[in-house]
Design a protein around this ligand. Structure first.
Ligand code: PLP
Ligand SMILES: N[C@H](C=O)CCC(=O)O
Length: 423
């Protein structure tokens, strides 16, 4: 069995913990992907993980494929400036005006690490505030009370991060204005930056109150710290302007990734020109990378942006999420389950619990076992839900009405079976 061989060569048999399924004996094996579908060792599955949000147009989108093929014809790496990367950056700035200047790197992890380093270099201060359950990639500054796979696997604070680094990362509860103000007060004049997911997508889906985001903006400004919005998930998914456009908040720095690279490795950090000009070679904050602004990722990203600019992909993806959210609420309600469904744009998640989900604590109080059981049953019915209640389900432009209907019919059966199995 492939997973057995994988276990001999990869820790836990995978190359990222979020890919391992803790409720099943092996991870899925992917063979191909197209549109809304994944083709796996368990057959064809409707995909709601969408590479953890990296795919917004649908798998193997022809326009992205063509752009990549055309780039390959011209060679695939030069380690020099290209016209495409300027065009790409100009398009990003047009849609996200707070990103006056940017640097294109390879992953969201690199983007947040560099944004934090830059904020420290700019403010000449050392402490950051991050939020419980937010995930900003797998580097030392942020692997403290992190979400995503770190939460799924019960290691929110990673071993190996030096205590001296942990001390510089103060964790505040997400979506709690009073607790945030208290944390800022406690840190005092050492606060370099506050980093936040403006919509939390790594602890399930937590949609913050507008007042929370407003407080982040006002308070950081007041104390001379920078506000970093980590829009690796939300950028070019919650619309062309990301979460900052939707909520009308202008951060000092923004990090992007996932959707903006069309499924190819990418990360971007950018923001106020005055701050970005501190990045080497124009300033003393060092960032470098052989693969920075990789031509293939840039070509894919440009193709994605051109498609998104028509507005159509957002309409289809958002409508799909809306119908699924309503459909799940309806099925669960009819069958007598207490389920809370959260949805914004093309992101949704549901929790087995009463009441509401507004904080990470609410997510912790939901029934994870039921989510995983349903996940497993849904797989048998041809639907790949996101593999943890600490992750988010994503729709894409390929999730047409027919695909959604097919999914809801499958989920109806899955919930019924869940009811039978739990008695
Ligand atoms: C909000 C957020 N920031 C940063 C990252 C890190 O991005 P990457 O996996 O590309 O390193 C992720 C996902 O992994 C993310 O969801
Ligand atoms: N939730 C993570 C990204 O948003 C999942 C990606 C990973 O860790 O493999």
């Amino acid at each position: 069995m492939l997973f057995e061989r994988a276990r001999q060569v990869f820790p836990g048999g995978v190359n990222s913990p979020a890919r391992a399924l803790k409720h099943l004996p092996s991870s899925l094996v992917a063979r191909a992907a197209s549109g809304p579908y994944l083709y796996t060792d368990r057959g064809r599955l409707v995909d709601y993980c969408m590479a953890f949000g990296a795919i917004i147009l649908g798998h193997a989108h022809p326009r992205v494929k063509r752009a990549v093929e055309e780039q390959l014809e011209r060679g695939w790496i030069y380690a020099l400036l290209t016209e495409q990367e300027v065009e790409f950056a100009e398009a990003i700035r047009r849609h996200m005006p707070s990103v006056e200047k940017m640097r294109i790197v390879n992953t969201g992890t690199e983007a947040t690490m560099n944004a934090i380093r830059l904020a420290r270099g700019y403010t000449k201060r050392d402490v950051i505030i991050k939020f419980d359950g937010n995930f900003h990639g797998s580097h030392d500054y942020v692997l403290v009370k992190a979400g995503s796979g770190a939460a799924t696997w019960g290691i929110p604070t990673s071993a190996g991060v030096p205590q001296d680094v942990v001390k510089l990362t103060v964790v505040a509860p997400y979506n709690d204005v009073d607790a945030f103000l208290k944390a800022v007060k406690e840190v005092g004049d050492r606060l370099a930056a506050v980093i936040a997911e403006p919509v939390a997508g790594n602890y399930g889906l937590i949609i913050p109150d507008a007042e929370f985001l407003k407080a982040l903006r006002e308070e950081t400004k007041r104390v001379g710290a920078l506000l970093i919005f980590d829009e690796v998930i939300t950028g070019f998914r919650l619309g062309l302007g990301g979460a900052q456009g939707r909520f009308g908040i202008r951060p000092d720095l923004t990090t992007l990734g996932k959707a903006v690279g069309g499924g190819f490795p990418i990360g971007i950090f950018g923001g106020r020109a005055e701050v970005m000009d501190l990045v080497a070679p124009s300033g003393p904050v060092y960032n470098a990378g052989t693969y920075n602004a990789h031509p293939v990722s840039v070509a894919a990203g440009l193709a994605v942006l051109k498609e998104l600019e028509t507005g159509e992909p957002f309409r289809t993806a958002d409508e799909a999420a809306e119908r699924l959210a309503k459909g799940i609420e309806d099925i669960a309600g009819r069958l007598g389950f207490d389920v809370v469904v959260k949805k914004i744009a093309s992101m949704f998640q549901f929790y087995f619990k009463k009441g509401d989900v507004k904080t990470p604590q609410d997510v912790r109080e939901s029934n994870e076992k039921m989510y995983l059981k349903l996940h497993e049953i849904a797989l048998r019915h041809g639907v790949y839900l996101t593999p943890s209640q600490f992750e988010v389900n994503f729709t894409s432009a390929a999730h047409t009405r027919e695909v959604v209907e097919e999914t809801l019919a499958a989920l109806e059966k899955a919930f019924q079976q869940l009811k039978t199995e739990i008695g």
